[in-house]
Design a binder for this molecule. Structure first.
Ligand code: SF4
Ligand code: ZN
Ligand code: ZN
Length: 316
């Protein structure tokens, strides 16, 4: 075998063949160093943001896609060396015909392999309607303003919190990647909802006894790298897109950020860090907004009727 020239050798171990070029850092990594770098980054993020305490029971929101399964694998791996966290996977069944059943099976088989308990919480059980039924009702009323994702996003957030409470978790981990975080920042700005920038952070504040604290161990992992981790580790994940996946604004923003990142490597990190620096000032103002209890469902809410109940009111 011909020896590798130094330009094709991993810049970290100086031994194995290069496989991935990390533009924003200049590293050119072999498969082993790449997967190890993702695992150490996640460990460092958990430590930096003090995401976990000794003996936490962590509910991991697992959709069956690449990001959430990569996260579950990494958390299970980290926990093997320091087994001081109990893990339970929680999957939300929104009720999307021809899509969610496959994801549920994939999530279940991964959990079985990792010996992690798997809990499913469904829209139908919680709200009396599946997402398909909600969309059908909205369409039959001629509603065009709210997309399926607009309903799904609000109801799923509440369902994950309910699922985490059902398994008595002390925290819930979601697989939001760096890309998701940056897209959300820009979406909040485009929607004019700047106070959400204070709330959407790597570790949410404990603002209500019924809200399980949320942590995002992937907040500094680009989506591309989380996908690559799943491929290299041969994780079985669902890659069929959701039939409703067409949220126009988020897709436009994703395209715009990816273009910027391709031209100016590191843009995503710059936006993420900029918001991190700005957040303390925003939080000072956000403190004045008090959390209340929804008059209909009794769950935490910014107004006297929570967003879920408002949306479900339209559906009913
Ligand atoms: Fe829900 Fe939209 Fe995601 Fe489908 S694409 S799971 S409808 S948020
Ligand atoms: Zn290497
Ligand atoms: Zn409510």
């Amino acid at each position: 075998m011909k020896p590798l020239t130094s330009s094709k050798v991993c810049t970290l171990c100086n031994k194995n063949e290069q496989f991935f070029s990390r533009e924003y850092s200049g590293e050119k990594l072999c498969k082993k160093c790449f997967t190890q770098s993702i695992e150490s980054k996640v460990r460092a993020t958990i430590t930096r943001y003090k995401m976990l305490r000794f003996n936490d029971h962590l509910a991991v929101a697992v959709s069956g896609g690449k990001d959430s399964l990569s996260l579950l694998y990494i958390l299970a791996k980290l926990n093997k060396f320091r087994p001081n966290t109990t893990l339970t996977a929680v999957t939300v069944d929104e009720g999307i015909e021809g899509y969610r059943n496959e994801a549920l099976e994939i999530a279940a088989s991964n959990c079985k392999q990792l010996k992690i308990p798997h809990h499913i919480v469904s829209f139908k059980e919680l709200y009396g309607f599946s997402l398909d039924e909600i969309v059908q009702r909205a369409r039959s009323r001629g509603e065009t303003e709210l997309t399926a994702c607009a309903y799904c996003g609000v109801l799923r957030r509440k369902a994950i919190n309910a699922g985490a409470r059902q398994v008595c978790a002390s925290k819930v981990a979601t697989a939001h990647t760096l890309d998701d975080e940056v897209q959300t920042v820009l979406m909040n700005i485009f929607h004019g909802d700047v106070m959400r920038l204070a709330k959407e952070k790597p570790v949410t504040s404990e603002v209500h006894p019924l809200l399980v604290q949320k942590i995002k161990p992937f907040c500094e992992i680009p989506e591309k790298e989380s996908a690559l981790y799943a491929y290299v580790k041969k994780i079985d994940f669902q890659d069929t897109p959701c039939p409703y996946a067409s949220e126009a604004l988020r897709n436009d923003i994703r395209g715009m950020i990816n273009q910027m990142e391709a031209k100016h490597a590191g843009t995503k990190f710059t936006v993420f860090k900029a918001i991190e620096r700005l957040r303390p000032a925003l939080e000072e103002t956000a403190k004045k907004e008090k959390f209340q209890t929804c008059k209909e469902c009794g769950e935490p809410s910014a107004l006297d009727l929570c967003k879920s109940c408002e949306l479900l009111g339209h559906v009913r």
